[in-house]
Ligand binder design. Structure first.
Ligand SMILES: CCCCCCCC/C=C\CCCCCCCC(=O)N[C@@H](CO)[C@H](O)/C=C/CCCCCCCCCCCCC
Ligand SMILES: O=c1ccn([C@@H]2O[C@H](COP(=O)(O)OP(=O)(O)O[C@H]3OC[C@@H](O)[C@H](O)[C@H]3O)[C@@H](O)[C@H]2O)c(=O)[nH]1
Length: 412
């Protein structure tokens, strides 16, 4: 009996230590975010800016694609090329890119597409169908020809749903100091209408930002492939882009190459502005489920850590722990825990947004509660099946380095 009491007490104390640690993570993220984001420190020399090849892997269109891509034709940067990569000639994104190429003939921009050649733009003819399928990752397969044809030592991989401010590329390039091999942007979202937009902003500005900023501060690899600028020679030494084709979480392994070789990685002071024109609660949840699968495959400890880094689960567990240790009221404790967490999240979100929020405080409360209360469901959903769905493709995830594409009629 005494032993089980000791065990219970020991567990409660351990949880209490973890809970205290969580507040440190929260506070660190706030302080680091305030110090790091939207502060352009002149770390590099502007005259020394080198050429950058920007790879844009595209699949399909959404109502914002044209305007998002157009921002890349108007960057304030002395030397860059745009390389659009599209898997299939019948993809409607081809038309969008072609109309932009026609509108901006002076911008160095190319379109790489399988199996087709036209005179007005550069198309690469693949001699063998599937010759460029180097692995399971469709994004890597899609970018490969463009990567091989890129002219510059610096490569920016930039996803299709992003828009970029005129000065962002310069900001990223200036952050690429002598010892920094890779600069990535912390994912965030543009101001858009509707509840799904509130939800995405709340998630990327709170829970995601908290871990992302702290990981960057502590030098932990959290590179997101959505927008990252890196030194090509380092990747080539490790086998080139094709070596990443075997991983679905190619971004994590890209970052790992730089970490393993002793390079520093750094976030840009500007976040990545995701602005897809098609968004919904279901889309967000499907994407988050996929991301949970990716990170759990990469770092299995996350399966355990992730639930207890969330407000609700941690709050409930801690309400029990503090009654064991201090005999505090669990209800009062949970209330204070919630209030403080909620306020810290709001402060962090305001820092990441760097301006007024595009929604009311009531919408924030609803978005925050919805996100927090559904996070456990999403974790369960992610861990309940090894099948990962990305766009129209399905994969069976076996381990961090092992996944295979599967063909199924429908996903229940
Ligand atoms: C009590 C606090 C303890 C903190 C424990 C942290 C548990 C992890 C919780 C959430 C993970 C969020 C990670 C955010 C970045 C990853 C975003 C993502 O899923 N990206 C995928 C798609 O681009 C990508 O393919 C996945 C890559 C794997 C990322 C692995 C990241 C590990 C980060 C661990 C950070 C620990 C920070 C601890 C701070 C003390
Ligand atoms: O089959 C595909 C799927 C996706 N892609 C491209 O890959 C990029 C990212 O795709 P999505 O927007 O669907 O997905 P996410 O924003 O969730 O991606 C994120 O998570 C998975 C990581 O591997 C990516 O690097 C990261 O950007 C886009 O530019 C998309 O066009 C392909 O080229 N082919």
């Amino acid at each position: 009996m005494a032993d089980s009491e000791t065990l219970k007490y020991g567990l409660a104390v351990l949880l209490f230590v973890g809970w205290t640690f969580q507040w440190n993570v929260h506070l660190l993220a706030i302080l680091y975010g305030k110090w790091r984001l939207y502060r352009q420190r002149q770390v590099g020399v502007e005259e020394a800016l080198s050429g950058i090849s920007i790879l844009k892997p595209l699949v399909g269109v959404d109502p914002h694609l044209y305007e998002n891509l157009e921002t890349f034709f108007n960057l304030d940067y002395p030397l860059y090329e745009l390389i659009f990569c599209i898997e299939e000639e019948i993809d409607p994104a081809v038309m969008v890119v072609r109309s932009l190429l026609e509108k901006y003939p002076k911008v160095d921009a190319k379109l790489f597409i399988d199996l087709y050649q036209k005179q007005d733009v550069t198309y690469i003819i693949k001699t063998e169908i599937g010759a460029k399928r180097v692995g399971v990752n469709p994004k890597v397969n899609n970018m490969l020809q463009g990567y091989e044809a890129a002219n510059y030592e610096l490569i920016l991989i930039s996803d299709c749903g992003l828009r970029m401010n005129r000065d962002t590329l310069k900001c990223m390039a200036l952050a690429l100091r002598e010892n920094v091999g890779l600069v990535h942007q912390m994912p965030f979202v543009c101001d858009r209408e509707g509840f799904a937009a509130v939800l995405e902003k709340v998630y990327f500005g709170t829970q995601h930002a908290k871990i992302y900023l702290t990981a960057d501060l502590l030098g932990i690899n959290c590179v997101t492939g959505m927008s990252c600028l890196f030194r090509r020679s380092v990747l080539d030494e490790a086998g080139g882009l094709k070596s990443l084709g075997q991983y679905l979480a190619e971004d994590y392994y890209l970052g790992k190459i730089f970490f393993d070789k002793g390079w520093k990685t750094s976030i840009c002071s500007q976040p990545a502005w995701q602005n897809p024109g098609t968004y919904s609660v279901a889309n967000f949840q499907a994407r988050m489920t996929r991301w949970v699968k990716l990170r759990s495959a990469v770092q299995p400890f996350i399966v355990l850590m992730e639930p207890i880094s969330e407000w609700l689960i941690l709050g409930l567990i801690m309400s029990w722990a503090v009654t064991v240790i201090f005999d505090w009221s669990p209800v009062a404790f949970f209330f204070v825990h919630t209030l403080v967490w909620f306020l810290l999240d709001y402060i962090l979100l305001r820092i990441v947004q760097n301006g007024p929020l595009p929604f009311t405080k009531t919408e924030y409360v609803i978005g925050w509660l919805f996100r927090e209360c559904t996070s456990f469901y999403l974790l369960l959903r992610a861990h309940s099946s090894p099948i990962l769905t990305w766009r129209s493709k399905h994969y069976l995830v076996k381990s961090s380095a092992q996944a295979e594409e599967i063909h199924i009629r429908s996903i229940v």
